[in-house]
Structure formats: structure tokens, C-alpha cells
Design a protein around this ligand. Structure first.
Ligand SMILES: O=P(O)(O)O[C@H]1O[C@H](CO)[C@@H](O[C@H]2O[C@H](CO)[C@@H](O)[C@H](O)[C@H]2O)[C@H](O)[C@H]1O
Length: 669
């Protein structure tokens, strides 16, 4: 009778709890080039037979799989690992089967030791080896046939045949041709999306180009918030003039709020008033006017050629320009006339403006993602991205993605990534956690987070544990911002430089991706529009500002140093090895990061009471974080340059915010 192969009822091995995997493989996990994926699963079967399992990996589209054995880690847990070395999708899957040859060998060994092995045992083995020969080719097939013949040859002594069966090279030869006829595999391969390195390690600097004029032209002038309507409108050329300074601070992504023409209708005035005065420039997020929409440039910023020049010049400083893509339209946007069906109309025929209660955005219309004309809308929005990619932009900060449909983003990001896998999408979705996570699963490369509102050591410990130890670590890349043009957190409203320094160091070291909105941040801009508000007074969102980048109180030197430390210490370039350390004082937060080789260990201690000296003991034992067995060891503060000799376990700390609220230690061997 013909042997039945691979029928469901014949599979005895089960593969459970595969990690990492997202929603049963519905979404890919994420990695950056060169990173590894540690795979594990419970693999088990009935009875006493021995199992084997392997990990199969390939870049998507490759014809062949790279197969490596999984190793048993005890208690039916199996583990394997692979690295990704090209951009785009990779696939991985698991395969497991009963290893009848090995089961037989182990049985034979035991029986032989107990002196109960017989000819029948060897005949069974001979049949298994013969079957392996049938699966082999050429020389190996002949060697296996010879081995089978030896095992079945009763003219040879039992000892001699057992020895031949258990001989190392014979074992290896047989194992090379396993019987996979009843193998179990995952129902479908799992996927990894592989991004370029900057997706995992980046420092963003946000500035309003229209405020770059004064600073670039006359750096020594400036001073407090400028209010003169006569202030010149900054241009891309002015931004080009600022590039050396921003590069010197160590940023590698320069992010510009929307650069398009701004609507006139319902234009916002200063401090978010609903009536703009003559000369008020309006909010850059109110996109579109008679001068064009999402593919046009505000004429006062410059021409397309100026923009291309900015992109090019930024590259010479190892920086990239990130554009803000906000899919919404001022009432003057050309789409309002050309595609009225893309907007929600009220019974009176007017179009509903946007809201994010309690915030009101009277100057913009949201797009309707339930429109019957959705295909044309989706395609037009894709063309917006492709247009700017064609201009050399490969990084996008996407405004409010959670107010557009999830399937739309999944489609759009896939369309872009199929053509340009290097493109980075940062989701600005300050929304509920599951919506944030779903956007990340759907393809967003990086995500804004709740960092700005996690303001105690305990809150940060909990939040970072969720992001770096739990499921989100596989798909959600946090990007920490201590401020944005929309968020001046209460912690910063005192203007205390220690708060600015501490929040900067926390963002830059807890997360490998971080950003600031400058020059407001380095110049300690801290006045809210009104008590209890997180909006800046005289916000650049509604007016052109002047900035004195040469103000002696600027914390630009600290930022420069922190960015330099991030670049020199590989431990700070990933979030995978973050550990929190116990401290005896609740105002202190201590954590370390270690690089993959365990060679570079950075320990950060922050006093989150920004106005009082705090001291305590931190539990920091080297063997726990790295492979150094001996103590004492030297901790060197990369900010102050001071060193201390520490001993394993509990070490004393004192942080005076008037001097520095943080220690950023590297551990010297
Ligand atoms: O709603 P969020 O808090 O997530 O804020 C984001 O989207 C806002 C709308 O695009 C944007 O708001 C700014 O632009 C609006 C349109 O011009 C304007 O009415 C608002 O006053 C202004 O704050 C916000 O900046 C962005 O982060």
C-alpha cells in the first residue's frame, strides 16, 4: 500500500506559543538592519519519542529558506535566532518532527548498555537508515546504503554493528536526511519588517522655518518673544544657514511643520484666537490656498528648488529633512472645490470643521474616509507622499493618523514601502493606547508616546516596562519628546533649567529615538498661554518668532554633549537592554542600558525633584548587567567628567539639581 504522507491526522508534534509573533501572524514584527530575532516556542508530542525542530528564514520573495536547528531549552521550550541583513519583509517559520532515527539510536544505546539489544533492534535501524539513503543523493546515499547493510549483516558481531550505528559521523550522516513525512509547520510564515538603522536610532529637531529668518540673519539680536508683525518671514535659505548649528548639536533629523500654503478663511490669529489680524501668518496645519495644496510650497518659504537645495544640504551634514504630512484642508484648499465629495457636508451644505475635543480647529476641514470616492482619495493621498519622496524626503511625521482610517494607513504604508522600504513614518497619535499600538502594527515606523506625561520615577518605570519588556517591544518604536509646539508640560512651566536638563536626558537615554521642539527647548521657553494650559504663550503655531540662539542660558551645550554621548555609546542606540535599578529614594530614577556584546554599559541616575537635593542608594551590581565578575569598578559621569569607585550592590548617590539633576555614567572596565 502506498505510504500516506503529511496528512493532518498523522502529525503528532504540536507547536504552541511562538514568540515573537503578532496576532497569529496578522502583522509583522519590526527590526532594523543587522538586528537579531530570538525565536522560541513550546514544541511537544505524545509518547517518549525524541523531537527535532528547525527555524526557517528567508527574505520575502527568496526561493529558498535558510534552515537552522532549534535548540531545546528544557521544559519543552525550544529556541533559535536569526539576523536580518536586508531591508523589507522577511519570513520565518518553524518545523518540527518526530526523530525516529535518534529515538531508535537512544533506545539502542540504553539496551546495549543493559545488554539486551538484539538483531531485531538492528534490523529496525537498518530500515531507518535505508529510508534515509532513499532521501539522499550521490555519495551520501551510497554511504547510507553501506551503513544499512552493515547493520543488517548478521555475520558481523552485534557489538560491531551497534558501534557502527552509534558512531558520530554515522549519526551526523543519518541526521542530514530526516524523515519529514509527518512534520508539523506553522500554518503560515510569520513576518519581520526590516527598517534602516535610523528607524531605531535618531535624534529629531523640530523648527518652524518661518521663524528662521531673524536668527539666521542676525544671531545676536533676538531676545524675548518678538511680536512685531514686521518680522521677516523665514525661508528655506535661512534654514540652510542654520544647518551647521543644528548638526553641531548632534541632531540627525530636522523636522519641519507643514510647509504648504496656508488658508485665509477662518485663519487663526495669535495665541489661537479665531480672528486673525492683518499680517498674521496662520497655522501651518491649515493647509491649502489658491496657491496650492499638499504638493505646493508656501511661496514665502521659497521655491521647490530652494527646498531641494535644503534637502541636499542637510544630507551633507548627515541630516535628513522630515516633513509633516497633515491630511486636512483649509477651506481654501483646491480639493474643497475639486473634490467636494471628500468632505462631510452638514444639512445646510456647509462642511464641518475639525475637532479634537476640547480643541477646535475651525481653520481646517477633515477628510471623509467613508466617502464613496475613497479610491480616488486614497490614491491622491499616496501621490502626496510619492511627490515629496521624489523631492528626496524619506522621513515623514504624520499628523493625527488616528483620525484617518486604519486600513488606509496600512495600504498607504505598504504602497510606499514596496517602492521605498527606507521611508520612515512617525505617527503623531496622542490617543488611546490600543489605537497607538494598532497604527504601529499597521506599519508606522516610530510613534509619539505618553512620555511627556510620565513625570515620576514610578510612572516612567511602569511605562518603559510596558514598552520595552512586553509585547509592544516587537512593533512599537517609541520616540520621546519632552516638548512639542502643542505640549509645554507643567514640569517645564517653572522655567527651571534642571527640569529641562532632566527631561532632555530622560528622553534621550530612555528611548533611542527622541526629539525636541527647538529653539523653544534649549532656550527654556516656558510660559503657558494661560495657567493650567499646555499651550505656549505666543506660540509659533500662530506667529513668527525671533530666537536668540546665543542666549547664555541656552542648554544647547548640554544637548550637544548628550547627543555626542548617544553616538559614542552603542548601549544608548537601542531599547532592548533597558533595566531599572532599585533606589532607596523615590525621587530618584536609575536605569542602565547595555549593548548586545555587553561591552558598553551606561547607567543613568536622575533626580526627578528638580528643586531639591536628593540622595539615596542604588542597587547596581555589575554581574547583573554585564559579564564582569569582579568589583570594585569605576563609574565615570560623562557629563561632569567625575569618577567614583563603586562596589557591587548598593552605592551612594547624591544629586543637586542646582549643579546637575543627572549622572550619565559609563562603566569603565
Ligand atoms: O489634535 P492634536 O493635539 O493631536 O494636534 C495635532 O493636530 C492639530 C490639527 O492638525 C494641530 O493643530 C494646529 O493646527 C490646527 C489647524 O491649523 C489649528 O487649528 C490648531 O490651533 C493648531 O494647534 C496640532 O498642531 C497637531 O499637533
Amino acid at each position: 500500500m502506498k505510504k500516506k504522507l503529511n496528512q493532518p491526522g498523522q502529525k503528532r508534534v504540536v507547536i504552541d506559543r511562538v514568540e515573537p509573533s503578532l496576532d497569529g501572524g496578522a502583522f509583522p514584527i519590526k527590526r532594523v538592519l543587522g538586528e537579531s530575532v530570538q525565536v522560541e516556542a513550546d514544541i511537544l508530542a505524545d509518547g517518549h519519542d525524541l523531537l527535532r525542530a528547525s527555524l526557517l528564514v528567508r527574505p520575502k520573495g527568496a526561493r529558498t529558506w535558510r534552515e537552522t536547528p532549534l535548540k531545546p531549552a528544557g521544559n519543552d521550550l525550544w529556541r533559535g535566532c536569526f539576523s536580518v541583513d536586508s531591508l523589507g519583509y522577511w519570513e520565518y517559520t518553524l518545523r518540527a518532527w518526530i526523530d525516529h532515527s535518534q529515538t531508535w539510536r537512544e533506545g539502542l544505546r540504553k539496551k546495549h548498555d543493559a545488554d539486551v539489544a538484539d538483531d531485531t533492534d538492528l534490523e529496525i535501524g537498518a530500515a531507518l537508515v535505508r529510508a534515509a539513503a532513499g532521501r539522499a543523493r550521490g555519495k551520501d546515499a551510497r554511504r547510507l546504503e553501506d551503513l544499512a547493510a552493515t547493520l543488517a549483516d548478521r555475520s558481523k558481531s552485534l557489538d560491531r554493528r551497534v558501534e557502527a550505528a552509534l558512531e558520530k559521523t554515522a549519526e551526523e550522516l543519518v541526521d542530514r536526511y530526516p524523515d519529514l513525512s509527518h512534520k508539523t509547520e506553522l500554518p503560515q510564515p510569520l513576518r519581520v519588517w526590516v527598517d534602516r538603522e535610523r528607524a531605531g536610532f535618531s535624534a529629531w529637531y523640530e523648527l518652524f522655518p518661518r521663524s528662521a529668518g531673524i536668527a539666521a540673519a542676525a544671531p545676536a539680536v533676538g531676545g524675548p518673544a518678538g511680536e512685531s508683525p514686521a518680522l521677516p518671514h523665514g525661508t528655506f535659505r535661512d534654514v540652510i544657514a542654520l544647518l551647521p548649528e543644528i548638526a553641531r548639536m548632534g541632531f540627525d533629523i530636522l523636522y519641519l511643520p507643514p510647509i504648504h500654503p496656508i488658508g485665509e478663511t477662518k485663519r487663526k490669529g495669535r495665541n489661537n484666537t479665531t480672528q486673525a489680524a492683518a499680517g498674521d501668518p496662520g497655522s501651518p496645519w491649515a493647509i491649502g490656498s489658491a496657491e496650492g495644496g499638499h504638493r505646493a510650497i508656501h511661496p514665502r518659504l521659497g521655491s521647490r528648488e530652494d527646498f531641494l537645495d535644503l534637502v541636499e544640504k542637510a544630507r551633507t551634514y548627515q541630516m535628513e529633512i522630515a516633513l509633516d504630512i497633515a491630511f486636512q484642508c483649509s477651506p481654501d484648499h483646491p480639493w474643497v472645490e475639486e473634490h467636494p465629495q471628500w468632505f462631510v457636508h452638514r444639512p445646510d451644505g456647509s462642511i464641518q470643521y475639525a475637532e479634537n475635543p476640547p480643541k477646535k480647529y475651525e481653520d481646517i476641514y477633515p477628510l471623509d474616509f467613508e466617502t464613496d470616492d475613497w479610491e480616488a482619495l486614497w490614491n491622491e493621498l499616496l501621490q502626496v507622499f510619492l511627490y515629496w519622496i521624489d523631492c528626496g524626503v524619506q522621513v515623514f511625521r504624520v499628523d493625527n493618523p488616528h483620525t484617518k482610517s486604519f486600513p488606509f494607513w496600512e495600504w498607504l504604508i505598504e504602497e510606499v514601502h514596496q517602492r521605498w522600504p527606507e521611508v520612515i513614518f512617525l505617527a503623531e497619535a496622542f490617543t488611546r493606547p490600543k489605537r497607538m499600538y494598532r497604527l504601529a502594527k499597521g506599519g508606522f515606523t516610530q510613534s509619539y508616546t505618553y512620555f511627556t506625561w510620565r513625570n515620576s520615577p514610578e510612572e516612567l518605570r511602569q511605562y518603559l516596562t510596558e514598552l520595552t519588556r512586553e509585547k509592544p517591544r516587537e512593533f512599537f518604536r517609541p520616540n520621546f519628546w519632552p516638548n512639542t509646539p502643542d505640549i509645554l508640560h507643567e514640569d517645564l512651566q517653572s522655567g527651571n533649567p534642571a527640569a529641562f536638563a532632566a527631561r532632555l536626558v530622560l528622553a534621550a537615554t530612555l528611548s533611542s529615538n527622541y526629539g525636541i521642539y527647538g529653539p523653544a527647548y534649549e532656550l527654556l521657553e516656558h510660559k503657558p498661554v494661560r495657567p493650567g494650559s499646555e499651550e505656549y504663550l505666543n506660540s509659533e503655531k500662530y506667529e513668527i518668532r525671533t530666537w536668540n540662539r546665543h542666549d547664555p542660558r541656552s542648554i544647547a551645550p548640554l544637548i550637544t554633549r548628550v547627543n555626542e554621548i548617544r553616538r559614542k555609546n552603542r548601549a544608548l542606540q537601542s531599547n532592548r537592554n533597558l533595566r531599572f535599578h532599585a533606589v532607596t529614594n523615590p525621587h530618584l530614577l536609575c536605569y542602565s542600558k547595555t549593548d548586545d556584546d555587553g561591552d558598553n554599559i551606561v547607567l543613568v541616575c536622575v533626580n526627578m525633584d528638580y528643586s531639591g537635593v536628593q540622595s539615596g542608594k542604588v542597587e547596581f551590581s555589575l554581574p547583573a548587567v554585564g559579564p564582569y565578575p569582579h568589583h570594585p569598578f569605576v563609574v565615570r559621569d560623562l557629563l561632569s567628567g567625575h569618577s567614583w569607585t563603586w562596589h557591587d550592590y548598593w552605592n551612594y548617590l547624591e544629586l543637586d539639581p542646582a549643579i546637575s539633576p543627572v549622572h550619565l555614567f559609563v562603566i569603565d572596565r
